[in-house]
Ligand binder design. Structure first.
Ligand SMILES: CCCCCCCC/C=C\CCCCCCC/C=C/C(=O)SCCNC(=O)CCNC(=O)[C@H](O)C(C)(C)COP(=O)(O)OP(=O)(O)OC[C@H]1O[C@@H](n2cnc3c(N)ncnc32)[C@H](O)[C@@H]1OP(=O)(O)O
Ligand SMILES: Cc1cc2nc3c(=O)[nH]c(=O)nc-3n(C[C@H](O)[C@H](O)[C@H](O)COP(=O)(O)OP(=O)(O)OC[C@H]3O[C@@H](n4cnc5c(N)ncnc54)[C@H](O)[C@@H]3O)c2cc1C
Length: 664
């Protein structure tokens, strides 16, 4: 509590579980909880990190303010000797998109993943100390999704042992990289490698963009910001940039050479590392985006849940209080599945982080066998979780009625910052189609004796899944995880097999794939939902201490999968995985679970342990003191600086005068 009366105290008393233990489950461990709790408070209590008025600042001031915060954050990180984990928590809780996200989140990982040991030794210490600041310059004006279509060229000049980086067309201008527009001194620039007149595909190059002395662009380089983006404040704190090269020369050893090398005489040598590792940074970031989805969704859900308990509308009896809107079943059926999804994404994000760490360790030992699984899981889950989260934030805004539309609710800015996650790091549909290719390949190999592995292993039981009949007889049967898993597996397998059968009728598989792409995306959604459900169920098999904690998670898990079953009952019925009667029983059980969530709802969002600073929402205040604070905030709007607005004499008075004389 941050002082004063707690208007949600009665709600908190209803909790049937140990909230402190749930906070630890949410954080992942005691250790992460301790760090995130300490650092979030450190940020919240430091006025230099205040977020007030961010949505009202003009772009230049907003950007300068972000620079100030980023530089102050760096000072705090050094003064307090924060570890890497603490530093990244600090940047997270400062909660303002900035060039540092790209420097730490993409530039450094690109060098780590694609640079040789020597290159890492040379560049990483400079980057770690922020003596250089980097961005990830891949997307161009003409191409983003189609990476092979990038036009920037890197032509090897054997005379000088240099690459010549060039933007041959307007559409080859780099366009979008965050941190590029006004800050980065360097970039990992993706370009078409050309040696001896021959093309060798897309590779990354470390290119210095600005002079370290005065920050001016180096000769042959044009850089700027691409302009205002969606929303007030929001992602406009980021300098997404445009960049053009006019025959800019860099030394040969600035091509990232872990995947392929160019020798002194211009020969291209492939190492035994797969080519796809050039895309490795995207796999890394997609994995962090899945973790971030649970943060963004939980944040919106926390706001909507607290406000739904404060807000009362209709239903007063004999002058008593009106009904809290959270008690309306329609409110619960919109809000609680999102609450459950936030927890589900938390656990699948945790698992994905494990998978990524495992793949990285294998890659270091030259074992590339799990790379396709990592690509499929990161691409599919990034798509699924960001789409649900973006829609979920908007649903939370609607759940807060009119006040949700105010900037002071925090929801408009959260939405504006979050929605591009459906596009960056791979457009969600484009990524789903990548997973579809892998799914179809898996189905086509089923007869060959090659057993599917990892998250596709269930396909290995295809005969059984095609014959499966669900044996749910009463609503409570839907609480049995084994029954649920089989139903989700059968649905996903049948949808994939159905697509594969249709595909096989096309003489040209590429044409068939294009024609069936909408159906394929639906099959991929079913496959990805199965992954999330199965990881939630796996989580429940762990030892989870704390009174009532596991029980609450079971309820949320049930809400998550039964909501999906209800929402996608068309899929389940069309594939004969469940009967109409069983679908109806699932919905009956879902209603029972909603009533079990209700008394715990506030405690379940308290378990996210968000400070009021981080939430940035009057509606989501911990103490529920919404109305006086909304009233107070309105008066701080610059429009209320004067009683009579600027422009009155120019525009309003003449209008009123003209109407008066017309009447007379
Ligand atoms: C308010 C809060 C603010 C503060 C928040 C702080 C906390 C934030 C935390 C997290 C958020 C992170 C924020 C990030 C900021 C955003 C920055 C954005 C950056 C970008 O957008 S960078 C640019 C990203 N671009 C893309 O993603 C492009 C998408 N396109 C592609 O990936 C590819 O081109 C393609 C895969 C779609 C197609 O490529 P290509 O034609 O070459 O390939 P195919 O022929 O289809 O496939 C060939 C072969 O390769 C396999 N493959 C493809 N990709 C991969 C991969 N990545 N890894 C491994 N393998 C891959 C594919 O399966 C094929 O295999 P087979 O040959 O069939 O076996
Ligand atoms: C806020 C933000 C930050 C970004 N930061 C960076 C950065 O730091 N560095 C960087 O390099 N890039 C960055 N990007 C660029 C981003 O990665 C691309 O915008 C993204 O990969 C999508 O590519 P695109 O813009 O080419 O979309 P397009 O591919 O042009 O998509 C347009 C439409 O076409 C559809 N489509 C495209 N291809 C297919 C297909 N094969 N089949 C079916 N439908 C298809 C898409 O689904 C979409 O509906 C950023 C973008 C944003 C919005």
């Amino acid at each position: 509590m941050e002082g004063g009366v707690d208007y949600l105290a009665d709600e908190r008393k209803k909790a049937e579980f140990d909230v402190q233990q749930m906070k630890i489950v949410w954080a992942g461990s005691h250790h992460t909880f301790e760090i995130s709790d300490r650092i979030s408070k450190l940020v919240a209590n430091d006025p230099a990190f205040s977020k007030d008025e961010r949505t009202m600042l003009p772009r230049k001031e907003l950007f300068k303010n972000t620079l100030r915060k980023a530089s102050y954050a760096w000072k705090r990180i050094n003064d307090l000797h924060l570890s890497e984990e603490e530093a990244s928590q600090l940047r997270f809780y400062v909660d303002e998109p900035a060039f540092t996200d790209l420097h730490w989140g993409m530039f450094i990982p690109a060098i780590k993943g694609q640079g040789t040991d020597e290159q890492q030794k040379k560049w990483l210490p400079l980057a770690y100390k922020m003596q250089i600041i980097g961005c990830y310059a891949q997307t161009e004006l003409g191409h983003g999704s189609n990476v092979q279509g990038l036009e920037t060229t890197a032509t090897f000049d054997p005379q000088t042992d240099e690459f010549v980086i060039h933007s041959p067309t307007l559409t080859s201008s780099k366009w979008w990289p965050g941190g590029l527009g006004k800050v980065s001194t360097h970039g990992v620039v993706y370009a078409r490698l050309i040696t001896d007149g021959q093309e060798h595909g897309i590779h990354g190059f470390i290119v210095q963009l600005r002079r370290l002395e005065d920050h001016r662009p180096l000769p042959g380089i044009i850089i700027g910001d691409i302009g205002m983006k969606f929303g007030n404040g929001a992602y406009n704190t980021m300098d997404n940039g445009v960049l053009r090269f006019d025959h800019v020369r860099i030394p040969r050893d600035q091509m990232l050479m872990r995947v392929s090398q160019v020798t002194r005489d211009g020969k291209v040598v492939q190492s035994d590392v797969p080519r796809q590792l050039v895309y490795g940074t995207m796999v890394y970031v997609r994995q962090t985006i899945v973790q971030d989805a649970s943060c963004a969704l939980s944040r919106a859900v926390c706001i909507a849940t607290r406000y739904s308990a404060v807000r009362r509308q209709f239903g007063s009896h004999n002058g008593g209080p009106e009904t809290q809107v959270i008690d309306y079943k329609t409110q619960q059926s919109r809000l609680f599945p999102l609450l459950a999804s936030a927890y589900a994404f938390r656990f699948v994000g945790e698992w994905l982080k494990w998978l990524y760490t495992d793949v990285t360790q294998r890659l270091q030992a030259n074992d590339f066998s799990t790379l396709p699984e990592a690509h499929a899981c990161t691409a599919g889950l990034k798509s699924l979780t960001t789409s649900v989260t973006a829609d979920g934030i908007e649903e939370c805004r609607k759940l807060c009625g009119g006040h949700g539309y105010l900037c002071t609710s925090g929801l408009p800015e959260l939405f504006a910052v979050y929605v591009p996650a459906c596009t960056y790091e791979g457009d969600n549909i484009v990524l789903m189609l990548q997973v579809a290719r892998i799914l179809m390949k898996t189905v086509s190999q089923l007869g060959s004796g090659k057993l599917p592995v990892g998250t596709m292993a269930y396909m290995g039981r295809i005969e059984h899944l095609l014959q499966y009949r669900c044996n749910v007889q009463k609503a409570e049967d839907w609480l049995n995880p084994a029954i649920v898993l089989e139903a989700f597996e059968a649905r996903a397998a049948r949808m994939s097999v159905s697509c594969a059968k249709k595909l096989s009728k096309f003489a040209n598989p590429e044409e068939g794939f294009a024609e069936l792409s909408a159906d394929l995306v639906e099959a991929v959604v079913a496959h990805c939902q199965l992954i999330v459900v199965s990881k939630f169920i796996e989580k429940l098999q762990q030892d989870i201490p704390g009174k009532g904690v596991k029980q609450q998670l079971k309820v949320l898990c049930g809400v998550y999968y039964l909501f999906l079953l209800h929402k996608h009952q068309g899929d389940f019925l069309a594939t004969s995985c469940v009967t109409p009667k069983q679908a109806s029983l699932a919905n009956d059980q879902l209603r029972v679970l909603y009533s079990q969530v209700r008394p715990n709802a506030i405690a379940l969002v308290d378990a996210f342990n968000y400070t009021d600073h981080f939430l940035g929402s009057i509606l989501g205040r911990y103490d529920g003191n919404v109305y006086p604070k909304l009233y107070e905030a309105a008066w701080k709007d610059p429009l209320n600086d004067s009683v009579v607005p600027d422009g009155y004499h120019q525009y309003i008075r003449p209008l009123l005068k003209q109407q008066r004389s017309a009447k007379l």
